[in-house]
Every structure is written in structure tokens, then in C-alpha cells.
Design a protein around this ligand. Sequence first.
Ligand code: ATP
Ligand code: MG
Length: 564
Amino acid sequence: MSIQTPPSPERADFIREIVAADLRDGRVRTIVTRFPPEPNGYLHIGHAKSICLNFGIAREFGGRCNLRFDDTNPAREEREYIDAIQADMRWLGFDWGENLYFASDYFQQLYGWAVHLIRAGKAYVDDLSADEIREYRGTLTEAGRNSPWRDRPVEESLELFEQMRQGAFPNGARVLRARIDMASPNVLLRDPVLYRIVHAAHPRTGDAWCIYPTYDFAHGQSDAIEGVTHSICTLEFEIHRPLYDWLIENLPVPSRPHQYEFARLNLTYTVLSKRVLLRLVNEGHVRGWDDPRMPTISGLRRRGFPAEGIRDFAAMIGVAKSDSVVEYGQLEHAVRDVLNRTALRRFAVLRPLRVVVENYPEGLMEEMEVRNNPEDPSAGTRKVPFTRELWIERDDFMEDPPPKFFRLSPGREVRLRSAYFVTCREVARDAAGEVAELRCTYDPATRGGDSPDGRRPKATLHWLSAAHALPAEVRLYDHLFSRPDPGADADLFADLDPASETVLRDCMVESSLVQVPVGETVQFERLGYFCPDQDSTPGRPVFNRTLTLRDSWARIQAQGRRGG
Ligand code: ATP
Ligand code: MG
């Protein structure tokens, strides 16, 4: 697999070309697509790609997109997931209107079609065990063998299938198989299983059924019932397509859908598999499905990624026919693009260092006017209190600075954003010898952050009035996995990065930040984008770092352009 370079956004992909041609040539009148999640976990960014594709095509071509739950496996599916999937899709900005469906609504119809196949001699009840079926199936180079039950009389299969449904047999005792070709070069056509016995309560149908259709038997027929015209799925289903078509051809279905396959999303530093994500949650490696490090929609939301950024990312990566890996930096780039435009700027100090402005009058408080977003003049300004005792970032001071460090150090003058120029005069230490406080002076002529004599300090720092700032917890996030290709060498879980979350408990933030609602992302000036976390309490706000300000992907792109 190769690292993908982004296609130009205006390029129509091969699926949209097929759709346009089908409409132009009159093969299809109204486009119907569907997004078919299995409710066995939360949606992730890969699903977002599929959602944007299916809903996007429906919207662009004046058709509709159904949300259909592929709920055919009661052992792993839960109501919680059904609800979470819908909430996540709405948050992403998609609406299916009346078109909410469940494969389980079609169980009776699918059962009828299974009986139809048995009557036509195209399906049979097999008594082989799962292991035996596997053994009889053959290999890629070797034909399979017929089951001894393959030629049992139609009446006997009908009778046994009915008994399977009545609950006469335990799990795994028998299955219903299509009768296609045990010598087919496509292993999936070697008499695939259509129904299996599963004694488990279903989230929607309860105990009504103890036999359940397989993915292959449910999917295409559900598409046909709903009048889906373009059934779009990921590449691993390409080899299922002949079976998809065989079932549609051999059943009296009301419409004839076609399956098309596109490359699934793979992202560096990320695992997109519900099975793995479920393990991360169950084994306590993360705070839950919505942990800000998870690639789930709910995790990205909690992290502060705006829905628009996720949709822009999907548009930016496009849709291709062969697998590739997308740089995580591309997702960050799309998100920064939105946040840079929309996020309000605020002051916060993550590792506070006290500054006393010795020549500033005690008891005085001035309100400094600070811009809310330099990218958006309509966002206006706000007043930030300035007093004699301030917090600055500990990293913004060095007692013995190396040549390229231009921020505060003894004897040096810096600008405090939108306030005054200050000069460090003295360093106070605590008993352990650590820098505890800086004694500074300010130049009253520089109010607002400009000097009448044209003096221009090399650094501008953010700051907070110690008397007005509020304490907060800030959680810094990095990739959950420490390498771009997690699990490539060994156990995936060995590549988890224990430093992917850093909790800072002694931060200080501007008091206006307590009004920012969960779900809104702001920029802490000079530090990055941050959003309030749901763990916030009235007395103690908690913020998640969404992203840092640095955009390495933009730099890579710029270098690429310069290099030709
Ligand atoms: P996972 O592999 O994460 O368990 P899944 O394919 O089993 O996912 P489904 O609920 O069956 O999950 O997926 C619903 C739809 O989303 C399917 O059409 C599937 O093809 C698509 N999809 C799943 N993963 C990706 C991905 N990484 N990129 C694009 N589409 C995806
Ligand atoms: Mg699937």
C-alpha cells in the first residue's frame, strides 16, 4: 500500500461517474443509496467516509440515502449502538428523514425467500458441523467436495428448515446452504451458508427467531426490498459480488440493485476496526468509545474536531479503487482549516509562572481590549483584566537562554499581547531552588501592546491576571499508537503509546472560558485548539487539547509544490 497524495477536490470519482452515466442513459430514474452499519460498535472515521459518499451522492444526484441497520447477528449487537450510530450521523450533519430501516424488519420476507430457494432445488439443509464445512470447502487451489446432504430431497430440507426455525436444534447443529458450485474458483460460491442457528435474544425481534440470515443472504435482498440502486461497499466485498448477483437473479426480488466497491479508509497511527476498538474499550486502554484519542466519531467530537472538518477531510481524500494509507496529518489539516476560521482566541496558561509587575500600581485593574479572532474581524473584541500579578507560561521564560530563544529572560523586554511591554528584572526562587516568581517592570507608554518609539520586542506572550484567572485541568492528547503502522511488527497493543494522554492539573484559564459550551472549540493563543470536556464541573473546568497549532501537513504540501 502506498501513501496517498490528495486528488484535486473537484474531480468526480469513479462511483459518481457510474451514477451519472446510469442516470444519463436511463438505466436508473432515481438514485437510492444506503449506509448499512452493523450495530456492534460505534462509528469511526472510516464509516464517516462511507456516510459522506452515500449521502453525498444521493444529495448531488437528487436521490435519497437510507440508513439501514444490518442487524443480523444478535450475539454482538446492542441497542446502545443503534442509538449512538444515529446520534453520531446526525452530528456529522446527515439526515435520512423517513428512511430508517432494519434488516431485521425483513426476517419474515428473507425466510420466505430461503424457502423459495429450497423449493427450486437451489438451497439445502446441511448437517455438517462448521469444522466439517470448512474442511469440505477446499482451498484456493483445490476444489471443494460436496456435502453428503447436498442432494437430500427438497421436502426433507423444507421440513428441517422449518424445524430449525421452531428451535428444534442447538446452535451449529445445522445450516441452510445455497446449492451453487463446490468447484467454483470463487470460494464464496462453494455452497455458501445462508442461515445459521443462533439461540440469542435480538435487540429488536427478541426471541421471535432462533435462525438468522448471514450477511450475504440479508444484504443484497435488503437492498432490493428498499429499491437501492447503487449498493456501495468497501473492497473486501468485491469477491462477494458474484454471490450478491446470484441471489438477486435467483429470487423474486422487487428490484435489481448493483454492488460497487471502493477502497476503505486507512489512516496512519490509527486502527479502524470495531473489533479492536471494542477491545481498547473493554480492556480499559482508553476512557471509553468517546475517548478523545479514539478514531470514533464520538471520540473526535469529544476531542473538539468540528463535523465540518471531518466532512472536508472526506472530500479531500476522495474515493479510489485501490487501497492506500492516508496521513493522519491530512485529517488534522482539514480540521485546523475550519478551526482557524471559526475558533475564538482565548488566553490560558498551562504551566503557570507568577510575574509581579513591580512598578504597576497595587490594586489597579485595567481592562485590555483583545481581538477574538484575527482571521474574522466580525468576531469582535473582549476585555481582559490586567493587574500587578500575572501568570505567564513557564516555558516562556529561560534564565540562561540559548541564542534562538527570544522570549523572556533576565534583562529582556517582551510584549504581553494587547497589554504592555515588560522587562524581567529579577528571579525569585523557592526553597528547592526552583524559579518561583519573576519581578518585572512595565512601560506605561506601551499600553495596548505598541510602543510610541517603534521598539519591537522579538516575542509576544500570552498572560492572565492572577486575581482573575480560574484554575482548570487540561488534557493533552497525542496519537494513541506510537507508530504510523500499528501492529505491523508485533502485537498491536504493544504499540499503544502510554504518553498519548498527559493530564495537567494546575492550569489557569481566562474566566470567560467557563461559558464555552461542550462541543465548541477555541484557540488558546500560542498553544493550540482546546475544547471543554464533558467531565467539567462548575468549579473545575476540564479542557481537551484538540490539536496543536503547527500544521506539518501544510508544510509537506508546500514543499511538494515548491519541489514541483
Ligand atoms: P469494521 O471493519 O470497523 O468493523 P465494518 O465494515 O464491520 O467495520 P459495518 O458496520 O459493517 O462495519 O460498516 C458499515 C459501512 O461502513 C459498510 O458499508 C462498510 O463498508 C463501511 N466502512 C467500514 N469501515 C470503513 C472504512 N475504513 N472506510 C470506508 N468505509 C468503511
Ligand atoms: Mg461489516
